[in-house]
Design a protein around this ligand. Structure first.
Ligand code: GLU
Length: 489
């Protein structure tokens, strides 16, 4: 247990649907908060107005909720540290920019985009990493006045060297990462970055510090792609006299080919996984295993059990591979174990191309019950339940149906089936057993060969759900009609 008050946050930018990687970051923050009786906060970082949209904000809300990652404070639920949407916080930032200017930790920069571009090109030409030249660091008031008269509006840059010097003994900035251990950088390699653009809007690295500080965030847990930002942020925390939070950076999630996980590998947004028929319970369990391992080796676990076992210091610092096949397998496990009524609710929208009114709710549940076993995705049900809703397609079983064995079996079955009581599953079961036994004795047909012929005639398939249940669901008339149709192909 951690002594201090734990407050963690997830701060997605709504420039796309909730990414599965962000879901993992959210989960680890959520678990950390739970474990330490802390608060989990949702902040929407929508400062980049051009790339953000309400549709994405809604998707982020819905996806996190569907995964069970409910937040204690956030744009919709409020809290004492709001607003929780960055674009509503714009009047908060100028005061802190001014404070940095007054303390000499920031300066006005009048460079035009063209001038900056030229600097960058020169660096590229000289094969050097680009670092801003600090051309504007020591402008006099007169210089600035002149530039203003030209119509230039300044951006504000953070003065890395000044801050580093004020709070550290050398140019090396080090911090103790909760996941990766000690990390450091030579701050001479970090350019003075813009904290407020000339149009008055704050940049990510600045707004995030002010928000984390004012929201009293104790631990910042996020992807390792932010490590280079963390150095910049630490210096801003220090320059403004804020307490520096603890940082923990998670390894990246890579595709099986070890490249960055992207759409060409499969779904990447939580909502796209759901559309394909992944259950959110399986998804959240699966992402927990990307960097974390249960102490008892039991991988299939609901989130509350994971929370009991979760320790941030045990998160692997290396990258994780997103194995779609493993996720599919895990999804199948969840599909099999899920409460039938709940699974039916989730499954029916996938079957909306069929006339679901043919069956009662109870019968639909039965269809799901008897077809769920081999499937790994809910959308697999479209094929696996097709013959309950549509006349069988006999293309694949034509040869089988035309065999002498099938003809034999179906000659007799056509007559016998008319005498069966379709409302008595036990009787149906026994009759089918007797039927198989008869052909075994009389003709030496294997029981499974007898059943193949019947299954092919009734469903157009050689594999599928329990035959007694299929017959019961289809009913006598439909079964007879199908057998007759199968004999005419
Ligand atoms: N808005 C940032 C992102 O989506 C947040 C990063 C952070 O956690 O500081 O990457």
């Amino acid at each position: 247990m951690i002594d201090e008050k734990v407050r963690v946050r997830i701060a997605p930018s709504p420039s796309g649907n909730l990414h599965i990687g962000t879901a993992r970051t959210a989960l680890f923050n959520f678990l950390f908060a739970k474990k330490n009786h802390g608060k989990f906060i949702l902040r929407i970082e929508d400062t980049d107005a051009e790339r953000t949209s309400q549709e994405y904000v809604d998707n982020i809300f819905d996806s996190l909720k569907a995964l069970g990652l409910n937040w204690d404070e956030g744009p919709d639920v409020g809290g004492n540290y709001g607003p929780y949407t960055q674009s509503q916080r714009f009047d908060i930032y100028p005061k802190y920019v001014q404070e940095l200017l007054d303390k000499g930790f920031a300066y006005e920069c009048f460079c035009t985009p063209e001038e900056l571009e030229a600097e960058k090109e020169l660096a590229t030409k000289n094969k050097q990493a680009y670092v801003y030249s600090k051309k504007c660091e020591n402008l006099t008031e007169e210089d600035k006045e002149k530039l203003r008269k030209e119509g230039r509006k300044p951006a504000i840059r953070f003065n890395i060297a000044k801050a580093q010097k004020a709070f550290h003994n050398s140019s090396i900035l080090e911090f103790d990462d909760l996941v990766k251990g000690k990390l450091h950088v030579d701050t001479n390699l970090i350019g003075d970055f813009v904290i407020m653009k000339s149009n008055g809007s704050p940049t990510y690295n600045f707004a995030v510090v002010i928000d984390d500080a004012l929201m009293e965030i104790s631990h910042v847990i996020r992807g390792e792609d932010h490590i280079s930002n963390t150095y910049k942020q630490i210096l801003i925390f220090e320059a403004l006299g804020f307490k520096v939070p603890k940082f923990g950076h998670l390894g990246m999630i890579l595709a099986p080919d070890r490249s960055k996980l992207s759409k060409r590998h499969g779904a990447t947004a939580v909502s796209d996984f759901v559309k394909e028929g992944y259950l959110t319970e399986a998804l959240i369990n699966f992402v927990a295993l990307l960097g974390w391992a249960p102490s008892d080796g039991e991988e299939i676990k609901p989130v509350d059990k994971i929370a009991e076992d979760f320790r941030i210091g045990e998160i692997s610092s290396s990258n994780s591979i997103f194995e779609y096949d493993k996720l599919k397998w895990m999804n199948g496990q969840y599909i099999n174990k899920m409460d039938l009524a709940k699974l039916t609710d989730l499954a029916l929208p996938f079957l909306n191309m069929y006339d679901l009114n043919k069956y009662t709710r109870k019968q639909l549940e039965k269809i799901i019950e008897i077809t769920r076993e081999p499937i790994t995705l809910l959308k697999d049900l479209v094929y696996d339940t097709q013959y309950f809703f549509e006349k069988p397609d006999y293309t694949e079983v034509k040869e089988l149906l035309n065999s002498d064995l099938s003809k034999d079996v179906l000659d007799k079955f056509t007559e016998e089936v008319k005498t069966y009581d379709f409302n008595n599953s036990e009787e149906l079961h026994n009759k089918l057993a007797d039927f198989r036994a008869y052909f075994k004795e009389q003709k030496g047909y294997k029981p499974k060969e007898t059943m193949w012929a019947i299954r092919a005639a009734v469903t157009g398939r050689t594999r599928g759900a329990d035959m007694v249940a299929i017959l019961e669901l289809l009913g006598k008339d439909e079964t007879i009609a199908r057998i007759e149709a199968s004999r005419k192909i």
